[in-house]
Design a protein around this ligand. Structure first.
Ligand SMILES: *Cc1c(COP(=O)(O)O)cnc(C)c1O
Length: 392
């Protein structure tokens, strides 16, 4: 068979690198910690990396390899490494590439645990981080120092759903010879490919829309081969590897990513439009609503607007509490990107470790709700949220 150039959906279904002599149609699960060698010479050659092969599942496993191959294909990346969680991917990427004394320039609004890495742990190794506000990308250049190594951002951001101009970030990184690392979790490889805008590395928490069904944790970093090599060496020695079972689940999940995300986005846009006209709502933020401050940028770099809608209920903390207590169907949970619609209160949960000043800086107010719109019928999602708003 000769290879043909295929579309995203086809690559997501058809990228299959691992098969046994039984020619199974669906990739089997390789539950094995180690792999055996024929003789001393084969073992020596494997450890010397003269031949690509599996040695030990902390290094690689057929299931994790297939999952990484798929993500690389879908992101347009050269190589990658799969992690047990999204945070393992974030931490290992920085830890592998930075030295004591290096400096990071990051968007102010990042995932709560990433923020904790920057503020609590990296300073222990003398790695400092400077921040730019999501609507002040032009300020980045004034933050760059001789020791700066990495520009880091999420887009859209968690939980503020702000959008950063990836093309502009790519230009700045290139001009100053810095690495651009993008957490592409909210967009998934289906909606946006940061590498096409100049990113050197792309990180995903596969726990979210990539699994899409709230079952397993996982993470992955993909990008330039020589950078992935460093990340791989760091990881094979420190041990944050993805389990083969989770990799097997995640590879299957990718086969339905496009159809799921299409419906997630369709439902999210309908909910966002409904909330925009709701008398109990102060504001709504969704990348594909015309009222979103970075609507034009979102349209330029994203296929659809994603599944996360942020909004603020009128009446502050008390109203927020009544809203959450009145929800009947949606789940009160901290996860996102599940088939089930989830409502979260970032101020008291995912971002509770931030002091008030930092919460404000990343756009989190006490009445803010983050809604991960699921795959239930949109009329039922709207009905539940509407009755909870009316109870305020
Ligand atoms: C959830 C999340 C992470 C962390 O992923 P885990 O799999 O929970 O470790 C990182 N970045 C973003 C944007 C996330 O939403």
């Amino acid at each position: 068979m000769t290879k043909q150039n295929n579309h995203f959906e086809t690559n997501a279904v058809r990228t299959q690198t691992e098969k046994t002599q039984f020619s199974e149609h669906s990739t089997p699960l390789y539950l094995t910690s180690g792999f055996v060698f024929e003789d001393a010479e084969e073992m020596r050659a494997a450890f010397a990396e003269e031949k690509e092969r599996n040695l030990y599942s902390r290094f690689s496993n057929p299931n994790t390899t297939e999952f990484v191959d798929k993500i690389c294909k879908l992101e347009g990346a050269e190589d990658g490494y799969a992690f047990a969680t999204g945070m393992a991917a974030v931490f290992s990427t920085f830890a592998a590439l930075l030295n004591a004394g290096d400096h990071i320039v990051s968007a102010r609004s990042v995932f709560g645990s990433t923020h904790t890495l920057f503020t609590k742990y990296f300073p222990k190794w003398n790695i400092e981080t400077s921040y730019f506000k999501v609507d002040e990308v032009e300020k980045i250049e004034s933050l760059i120092r001789p020791s700066t190594k990495i520009i880091y951002a999420e887009s859209p951001t968690n939980p503020g759903v702000d959008v950063l101009d990836l093309e502009l970030l790519g230009e700045i990184a290139k001009k100053h010879d810095l690495l651009l690392v993008i957490d592409n979790c909210f967009a998934t490889p289906y909606l946006q490919n940061p590498i096409t805008f100049g990113a050197d590395l792309v990180i995903h928490s596969a726990t979210k829309l990539i699994d899409g069904q709230g079952r397993v944790l996982g993470g992955v970093t993909v990008g330039k081969k020589e950078l992935i090599r460093e990340i791989y060496l760091f990881s094979r020695n420190t041990g944050p590897a993805l389990s083969s079972f989770n990799a097997w689940v995640l590879s299957k999940s990718l086969e339905t990513l496009a159809v799921r995300v299409d419906r997630h986005c369709e439902n999210a846009l309908k909910l966002a439009s409904f909330l925009e006209a709701h008398p109990k709502v102060n504001w709504v933020k969704y990348p594909f609503l015309k009222s979103h401050p970075q609507y034009e940028v979102a349209k330029k770099q994203m296929k659809l607007g994603g599944n996360i809608v942020a909004f603020e209920v009128k009446g502050g903390v008390e109203a927020g509490k009544t809203f959450f207590d009145s929800i009947k169907m949606c789940s009160l949970s901290a996860n996102l990107g599940d088939t089930r619609t989830i409502v979260t209160h970032p101020a008291s949960t995912t971002h509770s470790k931030l002091v008030d000043k930092d919460k404000q800086a990343v756009g989190i107010t006490n009445g803010m709700v983050r809604c991960s719109v699921g795959l239930e019928h949109i009329e039922d999602i709207i009905k539940d949220i509407d009755q909870a708003l009316k109870s305020i």
